[in-house]
Design a protein around this ligand. Structure first.
Ligand code: HMG
Length: 417
């Protein structure tokens, strides 16, 4: 029998402050509808310097361990997917291990590939377990990032940040992965990148959307071929419609709409042997909208409140979906698409576990969001203009969280609340 593997439970940490995108639009002299409807965004998390990727990762992992009464002695791997790490050499995973005082007999490492790093880490952990090398142990995989663009740039309304910690094990109570069905697509492109020494990303925005959609088409077709070969999907009806929900990497919520339309276009072209054209576009528009509402809309709740969280974005989508619909989706197959600029895309799927609702109740997502505070535009600008590495005064961590509070002799110091 095939080894069961997947996500047993999850926990989320987000910066404690956020900016409403209507406030940002007004301050920038932009029609708020461009952000709220054109990009589908409502709010974006604003991380303070103390809330770096390591502090958020440790906070999420602490919640995962405490909410699920995990025995750290049973962990054999700690992986952090991040593109906003805090050191050129030392892994965020090492900082997390230290902050949480985790046992030393475990593999710790970071994975970097833009927003794809979390998924690369998840697959490394899942394959470690499925291979038998884990010998009954579990892994924690954390996706943690702060998304930053230049002030006043087109990317500005697509910032955000957050961390999602996943317990990956042979008891996938939340989501059992369909092992060996993943479709992948990668190519060398400059759609979005962050040269060494820069805090803000450089991005060719419209090209990055085209790259995302190209990677999605390739990865989705790869997954579909394997899913049909394994008879998990019927080839005749539209294959994507057989997924109860599809969760996409969400740099801004409207991207999920573009992505879902692309997946349906792939299905229609390939199953009907037609080439996409304007007439088809008009004819299919009502069905596109209906399928988006049914399969995707409920995955966007958390992403619309947090903004882009790079590696964590897909996993915030899963958390938001299961927070709302875990009970209704138990036993159902969902599709997942991870995209990292540069680029690599992976389409995979999993079946929602029988204990998903119970596991989501333990994650207490409502509390995580309820503790947030809305800030004004001028405070947002002040925080983003703070120079990097400035000594931090009077930083303290709220109960249950970690904060970066400055460096001594180049050693980063974190406070625990
Ligand atoms: P822009 O060029 O300022 O916006 O930046 P636009 O002119 O393209 O308008 C956006 C949408 O708003 C359009 O809708 C407009 O029609 C609409 P669409 O045609 O796309 O459906 N619009 C309005 N709607 C209502 N009322 C109005 C109005 N005005 C316009 N008044 C862009 C948009 C996304 C390019 C920019 O925000 C950006 O560069 N963002 C960062 C890059 C990005 O998020 N790329 C996504 C794909 S790459 C990716 O996902 C990887 C990433 O996460 C990084 C990683 O992997 O690490 C980014």
């Amino acid at each position: 029998m095939r080894q069961r593997v997947g996500i047993e439970s999850l926990a989320v940490a987000v910066p404690h402050r956020y900016l409403d995108l209507e406030d940002l639009a007004r301050a920038r002299g932009v029609d708020p509808a461009k952000y709220t409807q054109g990009l589908g965004a409502k709010q974006m998390a604003v991380a303070e310097p103390g809330e770096d990727a390591a502090a958020l990762a440790a906070t999420a992992a602490k919640r995962l361990i405490e909410n699920n009464s995990l025995d750290p002695a049973n962990l054999g791997m700690l992986v952090v997917g991040t593109e906003t790490g805090v050191d050129h050499s030392k892994a965020v995973a090492s900082y997390v291990q230290g902050m949480l005082k985790l046992p030393r007999g475990m593999r710790t490492f970071d994975v970097q590939h833009a927003c794809y790093g979390g998924t690369a880490g998840l697959m490394a952990a899942a394959e470690w377990i499925a291979s038998g090398a884990a010998a009954g142990r579990s892994a924690i995989v954390i996706a943690s990032d702060i998304a930053r663009y230049e002030l006043n740039s087109p990317g500005e309304p697509t910032q955000g940040g957050g961390a999602v910690a996943l317990l990956v094990s042979a008891e996938p109570d939340l989501l059992e992965l369909d092992f060996g069905m993943n479709g992948v697509f990668s190519m060398d492109v400059h759609d979005f990148w962050r040269p060494l020494g820069r805090r803000e990303a450089v991005v060719d925005g419209h090209y990055s959307i085209a790259c995302y959609l190209e990677a999605l088409s390739g990865a989705y077709r790869g997954w579909r071929e394997r899913a049909i070969a394994r008879e998990m999907i019927r080839p005749k009806d539209l294959p994507s419609e057989q997924l109860a929900r599809v969760v996409y990497h969400v740099p801004f919520c409207k991207m999920a709409k573009k992505a879902h339309a692309q997946v349906r276009r792939c299905d229609i072209e390939d199953t009907r042997g037609v080439t996409w054209n304007e007439a088809l576009d008009a004819q299919e528009a009502p069905a596109m909208t209906a399928s988006f509402e049914k399969q995707v809309a409920s995955t966007l709740g958390l992403c619309a409140q947090v903004g882009n969280a790079y590696t964590a974005s897909l996993y915030l989508g899963i958390a938001g979906l299961l927070e709302k619909e875990a009970a209704a989706l138990e036993g159902e197959r969902i599709g997942l698409f991870s995209y990292g600029s540069g680029c690599c895309g992976e389409f995979f799927s999993g079946v929602v576990g029988k204990k998903a609702a119970q596991k989501m109740a333990a994650a207490k997502l409502g509390n995580v969001l309820a503790q947030r505070e809305r800030i004004r535009f001028d405070e947002y600008e002040r925080v983003l203009k703070l120079p990097p590495g400035e000594p931090l005064q009077g930083i303290h961590a709220a109960p249950g969280t970690f904060r970066y509070c400055g460096s001594q002799d180049f050693r980063r110091v974190y406070a625990a609340g």
